[in-house]
Design a protein. Structure first.
Length: 196
């Protein structure tokens, strides 16, 4: 079903290592609009410090499949050919909208394309790093992933970059503060357009 109304959805994608996590934390504080971050479901095991229901809904493969069968997902994808599934539950949209807020989805490109099909008026933002070298440097600086995972993420990132032009906005995350205020300005303008 295509929803072409004023539903408030923001989709942010960008390769891991593009500085997304820090940026998202700052954006949620953006004073001009209210954002409620969608908590995705995943079959990936939690990393140290990650909290169920906060970072992700951590599900078993069977639980994930059950929700798929019940059509509870707006979109889902296998990310990074990792074998792990990630998906946005429709209930996360309702949670945001019931608070009169924007549902904020931080999802990969495959998921974003599926959201665009269903909600063509979604505000879609692709976050780029200044250069591929900088991107690789940031990915390695995290020090949490194996070489194999890093290589897979680099390949995925290059493929995703080719789809950046499908997004409504492309923001370069060179200076964090600049990227945050750029996205805040985009959201403010989109909010005003919806209220007009
Ligand atoms: P991580 O495992 O590092 O937390 O996330 C890996 C990737 O999964 C990120 O690039 C993120 O954008 C993507 N991701 C997280 N949640 C979802 C989701 O609900 N749907 C899709 N399609 N991708 C997601």
């Amino acid at each position: 079903m295509v929803h072409s109304g004023p539903e408030r959805i923001v989709v942010l994608s960008g390769p891991s290592g593009s500085g997304k996590t820090t940026l998202v934390r700052k954006l949620v504080e953006c004073a001009d609009v209210t954002l409620v971050k969608s908590v995705s479901a995943t079959t990936r095991p939690p990393r140290p410090g990650e909290i169920h229901g906060d970072d992700y809904w951590f599900l078993t493969a069977a639980e994930f499949r059950e929700k798929l069968n019940k059509n509870e997902f707006l979109e889902h994808a296998e990310v990074f050919s990792s074998g792990f599934l990630y998906g946005t539950l429709r209930s996360e949209l309702d949670r945001a909208w019931s608070r009169n807020a924007w549902a904020f989805l931080e999802i990969d490109v495959q998921g974003a394309l599926k959201v665009m099909q269903q909600y063509p008026n979604a505000v879609t933002i692709f976050l780029k790093t200044p250069s591929p070298e900088e991107f690789e440097r940031r990915l390695r600086a995290r020090g949490t992933e194996s070489e194999e995972v890093i290589q897979r993420r680099l390949t995925t990132a290059l493929r995703e970059l080719q789809l950046a032009n499908r997004y409504k906005y492309v923001v370069v995350n060179d200076q964090l503060e600049t990227a945050v205020s750029e996205i805040c300005a985009i959201l403010k303008a989109e909010e005003m357009a919806r209220n007009a």
